[in-house]
Design a binder for this molecule. Structure first.
Ligand SMILES: Nc1ncnc2c1ncn2[C@@H]1O[C@H](COP(=O)(O)OP(=O)(O)O)[C@@H](O)[C@H]1O
Ligand SMILES: Cc1ncc(COP(=O)(O)O)c(N)n1
Ligand SMILES: [Mg+2]
Length: 574
């Protein structure tokens, strides 16, 4: 490789970070602002305002500036898992991917073996050839910036040896070894011939090993492990094999009401206890625990913290998943992302957002409900029976716990009528009750942040008074905008009225459907809808429904009027 000089001049006058990627066996000399840095690590970061002179930046010269990335490029923590595939996706590579995704760490995969496996057991195993494991390892490690390698099923001595050799060539920040040997169903995933290469080659390179009871026992020539004290003795003996830390997992400890693991780092023992969750869904707990430890290490956590977070993660996921049913066998998988139940429980087949739902948009008001002595659920029920097509709960001064309880009750009512329920402003409440979405104002949580928190399927509406705000709402990923106040209203203090002209201007500029709001009721809804802009889909109403003696009657009147003026979302000539 010829040495070469490469000069990159920053076009920006601001000081910026540059990430320099250096090929194996090369080194770089970099002069920035008259300072010299020399490095032969796979990457290093420079901060500079001016030009960077690089020497020995061999393979990168032609690619030029594309090999340099500035502050806007984010380095993502990265775990590489070297493990077996589980077709049932409870353990192995699949569990590792899910655990890393749940912990928000990138996970690449080197597959050592493909198993035909389900919740009953392992029906077949087909190991990947040593050469092809080597090829996968090289592909990932020569290109991507792996922080931590985590190993699971390593089915042959040859594969372990190749792994150790490759890791010496491409060193990483940490190595987490889950010495998988037997599945929880009792099937052998790596035979006893593996023990010596584990002890002699792999463990001395490991930052942590995480054997379960059976594996710890096998590694210690069959010693019986039955008590927490036995786990401690085992941890000390395994530590002598060379890893920097040992975590002996007590998930299968008999007669224990707690799930107890012992961590030993050569100086101290840590007894990690969590309540034992009563569930059949523990398939893959060991793989997930090790992946989570790797993920936290990749983020930069110290070992004890990483192990504690990992154990808490497994405990939380097991508790959430304790009653889910996947498969007919004795050991089911759990839900790493804590998301599976939401869909099966209470969605009642609601469709994705339909703009025609904006036709009669009922917005509750806590003050008005108090004034008329009705509960929020009674108000919502009456509005829906009267024909409201979407409901927003706007509880400005409710206690959080009361608001959450009301929201849950309203959600049941709304969903039993196929009506979506949105929460004003309180994203936490929307998340906690799994509402259909939120409506935010200009000074509330920005819509793009709300979108990140709520995910792609929830409905997000934004209050807008100007074309610029409407454009921003679209850019931010909102589903609709609320435009107003069209007429003066007493539900909002100091609210600027945009009038029918302002409404029309915003509608024309908006790429999103619009619902008009502010001082609208039976007397003027028709005039509003008559402005004749196709994306004006309906009216949002507060006082005209809820500051009245009978919510049901008022909603019916308004619904009849709107239905008459609007058929299938197109305005009928009146
Ligand atoms: N029923 C349970 N409740 C809470 N934690 C558990 C339960 N079963 C296992 N764990 C925890 O899950 C992790 C994996 O442990 P274990 O099941 O012993 O390993 P493996 O899956 O490798 O056999 C440990 O932290 C253990 O304490
Ligand atoms: C491919 C593969 N790797 C690891 C395990 C261990 O997981 P568990 O101990 O939870 O059965 C497994 N069953 N399958
Ligand atoms: Mg287990």
């Amino acid at each position: 490789m010829a040495s070469s000089t490469f000069v990159f001049t920053s076009s920006s006058s601001a000081s910026r970070h540059y990430l320099l990627l250096i090929p194996p066996q090369a080194s770089a000399k970099a002069y920035t602002n008259n300072k010299l840095r020399v490095s032969n690590s796979p990457s290093f970061v420079l901060r500079t305002k001016g030009s960077i002179h690089l020497q020995g930046f061999v393979a990168m010269q032609e690619k030029g500036a594309s090999t340099l990335s500035d502050d806007s490029k984010i380095k993502i923590p990265h775990v590489l898992t070297v493990a077996g595939s589980d077709s049932g996706a409870g353990a192995g590579i699949q569990a590792d991917l899910k655990a890393c995704a749940a912990r928000r760490v990138y996970c690449s995969t080197v597959i050592t073996s493909v198993t035909a496996q389900n919740t009953v057991g392992v029906q077949g195993v087909s190991n990947v050839s040593e050469d092809f494991v080597a090829e996968q390892l090289k592909s990932v490690l020569s290109d991507m910036q792996v922080d931590v390698v985590k190993t699971g099923m390593l089915p042959s001595v040859g594969i372990v040896k190749i792994l150790c050799k490759t890791l010496r060539e491409f060193p990483v920040q940490a190595l987490v070894v889950d010495p998988v040997m037997v599945s929880t169903s009792g099937d052998v995933l790596a035979g006893p011939s593996i023990l010596s290469v584990f002890r002699e080659e792999l463990f001395p390179m490991a930052d942590i090993i995480t054997p379960n009871l059976k594996e710890a026992s096998a590694l210690l020539d069959g010693v019986q492990l039955e008590t927490v004290d036995d786990l401690r003795s085992a941890a000390r003996l395994l530590y002598d094999m060379g890893p920097k830390n040992v975590l002996v997992k007590g998930g299968d400890l008999p007669d224990s009401s707690d799930a107890v693991d012992i961590l030993f780092n050569g100086d101290n023992f840590y007894e990690l206890r969590s309540p034992r969750i009563k569930t059949r869904n523990t398939h893959g707990t060991g793989c997930s625990l090790a992946s989570c430890i790797a993920a936290e290490l990749a983020k930069g956590y110290l070992m004890v913290s990483a192990v504690k977070v990992a154990k808490r993660f497994v405990e939380t996921a097991l508790d959430y998943s304790k009653d889910i049913v996947i498969g007919n066998g004795l050991q089911g998988p759990f839900d790493h992302l804590l998301r599976l139940k939401g869909h099966s429980q209470d969605c009642h087949g609601l469709q994705a957002f339909n703009p025609s739902d904006l036709l009669l948009y009922a917005v509750t008001d806590s003050e008005m409900n108090k004034k008329w002595g009705r509960s929020i659920t009674d108000a919502v029920k009456a509005a829906i029976e009267g024909g409201a097509t979407i409901v927003q709960l706007r509880e400005k001064d409710a206690e959080t716990q009361d608001f959450l309880e009301s929201a849950k009750a309203c959600l049941k009512i709304c969903h039993s009528h196929g009506v979506p329920l949105l929460i004003n402003d309180r994203i936490d409440i929307a998340l906690a009750c799994d509402a259909d979405g939120v409506h935010v104002g200009q000074s509330d949580m920005p819509a793009h942040v709300a979108r990140t928190l709520l995910g792609p399927e929830k409905i997000i509406g934004v209050s807008c008074k100007t074309p610029e705000q409407a454009q921003q709402a679209w850019v931010d990923g909102a589903d609709y905008i609320g435009c107003g106040g069209v007429y003066p209203t007493n539900t909002k203090e100091n609210n600027i009225t945009v009038g029918l002209d302002g409404l029309k201007t915003v509608c024309m500029a908006s790429k999103l459907p619009v619902v008009a709001i502010g001082g609208i009721g039976v007397s003027n809804a028709r005039i509003v809808m008559e402005i004749g802009v196709p994306n004006l889909k309906g009216v949002a109403v507060v006082s005209a429904l809820f500051d009245r003696e009978c919510v049901l009657t008022e909603t019916r009147k308004l619904h009849a009027m709107l239905s008459e003026s609007n058929i299938d979302g197109t305005l009928k000539k009146l």
